[in-house]
Design a protein around this ligand. Structure first.
Ligand SMILES: NC(=O)c1ccc[n+]([C@@H]2O[C@H](COP(=O)([O-])OP(=O)(O)OC[C@H]3O[C@@H](n4cnc5c(N)ncnc54)[C@H](O)[C@@H]3O)[C@@H](O)[C@H]2O)c1
Length: 262
């Protein structure tokens, strides 16, 4: 892909960087010359991503952290500050869905757990990341939302609501920090060919699996690197006037017609 401008000397953090899109994002930052901290609830996954980052010749750091825990996020940022002295670019990528169920059947615990990671977790991350980025001279945050947060999703009401919240939360943060040197945007993916999605796809009957692919005008899911490229672009100097934007990267899910199927 195109050179995103000089990210050498810049410090990036990927929350949920131990697999899938988060791992691809960590690697994309490393290719642009950034130093990359990888935080994940799965410490082994974070360490594996770190090895891949180091294979690219970049410097990195792996931390175990739960995005639903303010204490873990603060500890992660302390490690980043101690190791690199600053923070400029963040992707808040981890999320948790609720089981596929009608709204009336989701339990209060399932709803709270989904919200706790997917929406409150992004708020917690930004609460503690924004002051450090500002103190580092400015930078950018990209929160990973979803097309589900723009149009709703049957049987995934809690997840859709959480992702819709991530989009408006990011716009609010963008306004608060617009004159303070921190840009805040979201990327809204359609289906991604990640471990998380494979878990659901593998269990689906063949017909439903095909329907899932066909929901994308391009007839396929995104590769994690295609989402990562959008994240790195929004963090780069080339996106210097973009803030409060929700960038849809969905292979045509939202524009696909249900009437005329090409
Ligand atoms: N996969 C899709 O089809 C799809 C579609 C639209 C949006 N998204 C969004 O894209 C993002 C990445 O999805 P993915 O499919 O690449 O994920 P994934 O399941 O492949 O990887 C997610 C990573 O986050 C980590 N994680 C989970 N809970 C965490 C927590 N509480 N704290 C810290 N780390 C945690 C996991 O250990 C894993 O390493 C998510 O925000 C997801 O909602 C995914």
């Amino acid at each position: 892909m195109a050179d995103m401008g000089d990210m050498r000397g810049r410090v990036a953090l990927v929350m949920g960087g131990g697999a899938g899109t988060g791992r691809a994002t960590a690697l994309a930052f490393a290719r642009e010359g950034a130093r990359v901290a990888i935080a994940d609830i799965n410490e082994e996954g974070a360490r594996e991503t770190l090895s891949l980052v180091e294979e690219l010749g970049a410097e990195g750091l792996a931390v175990r952290a739960d995005m639903a825990s303010g204490a873990d996020i603060q500890a992660t940022l302390a490690r980043v500050r101690e190791r690199f002295g600053s923070l400029h670019m963040v992707s808040n990528n981890a999320a948790l869905g609720a089981p596929n169920k009608p709204l009336t059947e989701i339990t209060e615990q399932e709803y709270d757990r989904c919200m706790g990671v997917t929406l409150r977790g992004v708020w917690l991350c930004m609460k503690y990341q924004l002051p450090l980025i500002e103190a580092s001279g400015g930078g950018a945050i990209v929160n990973i939302a979803s097309v589900s947060g723009l149009r709703g999703e049957a049987l995934q009401s809690a997840y859709a609501a959480a992702k819709g919240g991530v989009i408006t939360l990011s716009k609010a943060a963008a306004v608060e920090y617009a004159k303070r040197g921190v840009r805040v945007n979201t990327v809204c993916p359609g289906g991604i060919n990640s471990g998380g999605m494979a878990f659901y796809l593998d269990k689906m009957p063949a017909e439903l699996r095909q329907k899932t692919l066909d929901a994308h005008a391009m007839g396929r899911l995104a590769e994690p690197g295609e989402i990562a490229d959008a994240v790195v672009y929004l963090c780069s100097a080339r996106a210097s006037f973009i803030t409060g934007h929700d960038l849809v990267v969905d292979g045509g899910v939202l524009v696909r017609s249900n009437v005329i199927d090409l």
